[in-house]
Design a protein around this ligand. Structure first.
Ligand code: C2E
Ligand code: CA
Ligand code: CA
Length: 576
């Protein structure tokens, strides 16, 4: 099987090499082959004694070959030549007996009929091959060339000898960020029309643009030749400008956001695959950095390789049970009593090293892997609440909010654990909410409909309007630790904190300050009327058994002497 496929590949390569030869050379060598075959056939018929035997039929070989190369007109021409050549040879060379006229005329007619028919057939085959090839190189929805055409054209451009001025081929991958919403609102036809409109508009980029290709539902690739780095940067800049103008799809004016990644042929080793891959990596880097365009740098590739490795390790770690949920207590500031716990994920890798979520969660949150990771967290948290009572908070990322099945599972887990839904709280960061406020609101309403609490995490860092608080069905605010840090030294920080607490209370929300590390911060927050506090002053996040021991000790001290307990228990715990 592999022998067969390598033979076919070698055949295709040879054919490709042949097709890329100069046209004059190809016609000259094909003509020569035909003349040689005609001469060989004539000589053979002569040597074998004349036209009385069956050898004249060998002349059909050049006739059919001419049909394959030059269709019916080539075949007819060679058939005529073959018929006339055969007419010139006697019936018997030895006796010199000539052929009857009818004999060679019939033979000539036969050559012409067979040649014309075969030539026509070859022409039909060629036409259907060309239309199949064209279809395989075209995106059926938008009618634009597709990724197969891109690779083939790019391979052709790369074969050209490198220019003296070092300008080479530039590849720009364009992703339309909002295509999902456009498809949802207007259907797939609108997104196809939009692709065509963008591609047409980009033809204004000038003579260096050699082609534009649709390589996926939301992506176009543009080829430029000849270009150097500065020109490519300028072209990318123009593309962003052109993309930002209004476009019309299905009669609806739309404004789209484009993200671009570019790569440039810098050495002779570049291949179509490597240039497209580099442009894609650069586009992903631009998307990650919230920039409109990035040009490929080798460090991008290293980073994305590291990310892929990390994601693979997390996936394996999850399957091998290497993840744990640690719990950090939250305290009621008025009474000093523990009011709940935040579940924070930890990864104990194969060497037993405890890895903090900052090392892997930002990457995991950008992939579908966040779903099984959050399922694990939900399961652990419900189990903890069932065994030990109390309130448990878990963190949700933006993808989790958009995952209806995950939300349903959360409800199911709460029911199965037999805990009261208000024992569970979901923390969502402000930035995750503002990503798509409408969808986030729907998700939060759903969580609230299960009776589960919802609080806004890292509050105050999202630079968003407080207006949205009025519309979201939330129950709590967690003020980011950046606001807690300066409380003791800075009067203005204290005023800001007072203001944030007031905002929370104005909306009837439970206000928690996070990152409390000193006794001074604790007292100020108490004074300002903050409801809850969480931080290293009380405890870092601990594994369940250590947390239970900590809780037990604390409860005992509180029972002995309130003020003593307060003094003894607020001790600094180094971060894990
Ligand atoms: P976060 O939700 O804001 O969690 C609070 C982080 O602050 C935790 O870091 C906690 O250990 C740390 N912290 C608590 N008290 C103090 C303090 O007094 N001082 C200082 N400097 N830090 C304090 P951690 O556990 O490393 O988590 C970091 C972030 O990772 C979390 O921030 C959260 O965004 C994310 N994360 C953790 N677990 C999960 C999870 O299960 N799911 C998701 N989606 N994200 C998680
Ligand atoms: Ca949190
Ligand atoms: Ca936080």
């Amino acid at each position: 099987m592999t022998g067969m496929s390598s033979f076919l590949r070698a055949w295709r390569d040879a054919e490709h090499r042949w097709q890329s030869c100069p046209l004059v050379l190809r016609h000259a060598s094909q003509g020569l082959v035909l003349v040689m075959l005609l001469a060989l056939g004539t000589a053979l018929v002569h040597v074998t004694g004349g036209t009385q035997y069956a050898y004249p039929y060998l002349m059909l070989i050049p006739v059919l070959l001419a049909g394959a190369w030059y269709t019916w007109y080539g075949a007819l021409l060679v058939a005529l030549a073959a018929g006339l050549l055969m007419a010139a040879i006697p019936l018997s060379v030895a006796t010199g007996e000539p052929q009857a006229t009818l004999n060679w005329v019939i033979r000539l007619g036969l050559y012409l009929i067979i040649g014309g028919f075969a030539g026509g057939l070859f022409e039909r085959l060629r036409q259907s091959y060309l239309s199949v090839e064209l279809a395989s190189r075209t995106d059926p929805r938008a009618g634009l060339p597709n990724d197969i055409a891109l690779e083939a054209d790019l391979a052709r451009w790369l074969k050209r000898p490198q220019r003296q001025d070092k300008r080479g081929i530039g590849v720009v991958l364009v992703r339309i960020e909002d295509i999902g919403e456009i498809m949802e609102a207007l259907g797939a036809d609108a997104s196809d029309e939009l692709m065509v409109a963008i591609s047409q508009r980009l033809t204004r980029l000038g003579p260096n643009l050699q082609g534009s290709y649709r390589v996926s539902g939301a992506e176009l690739v543009l080829l430029f030749w000849p270009v150097e780095f500065k020109e490519l940067e300028h072209l990318a800049h123009r593309m962003v400008e052109l993309g930002e103008d209004n476009l019309v799809a299905l009669g609806v004016p739309l404004r789209v956001q484009l993200v671009l990644g570019s790569s440039l042929q810098e050495t002779g080793d570049a291949t179509p695959g490597s240039l497209i891959r580099e442009a894609r990596i650069a586009m992903l880097a631009a998307s990650e950095k919230h920039r409109a365009h990035c040009h490929f740098q080798p460090s991008f590739a290293r980073r994305s390789l590291q990310n892929i490795r990390l994601i693979a390790r997390v996936r394996r770690g999850l399957a091998q049970g290497e993840f744990e949920l640690h719990y950090q207590p939250k305290l009621l500031l008025a009474s000093g009593r523990v009011s709940g716990f935040e579940g924070l994920i930890r990864w104990r890798d194969e060497r037993g090293t405890l890895i903090a979520p900052g090392m892997f969660m930002p990457k995991v949150e950008n992939t579908t892997l966040i779903e099984p990771v959050t399922r694990f967290v939900m399961g652990e948290a419900c189990d903890f609440a069932r065994r030990h009572g109390g309130r448990v908070s878990i963190n949700f990322s933006v993808r989790n909010l958009m995952d209806d099945e995950l939300l349903e599972e959360l409800n199911r887990l709460v029911e199965e654990a037999g805990i009261h839904p208000s024992q569970l709280e979901v923390e969502v960061t402000e930035s995750a909410l503002v990503h798509d406020l409408f969808a986030a609101k729907q998700a939060l309403e759903r969580i609230r409909s299960y009776g589960i609490q919802v609080s806004i995490d890292d509050f105050g860092t999202g630079f968003s309007s407080f207006e949205y608080l009025r519309h979201l069905p939330i129950t709590g605010l967690k003020i980011d630790r950046a606001f807690v840090e300066g409380l003791e030294k800075d009067e203005r920080a204290r005023k800001l904190m007072a203001c944030l607490i007031e905002v929370g209370h104005a909306f009837d929300l439970e206000v928690t300050a996070e990152g409390v590390e000193t006794q001074g911060q604790h007292l100020i927050l108490q004074e300002l009327g903050c409801d809850q506090a969480q931080g290293f002053l009380y405890s870092k996040a601990l594994p369940v058994d250590e947390l239970l021991a900590w809780h037990h000790e604390r409860e005992q001290l509180l029972r002995q002497d309130d003020s003593l307990a307060t003094r003894q228990l607020y001790r600094n715990v180094p971060p894990c």
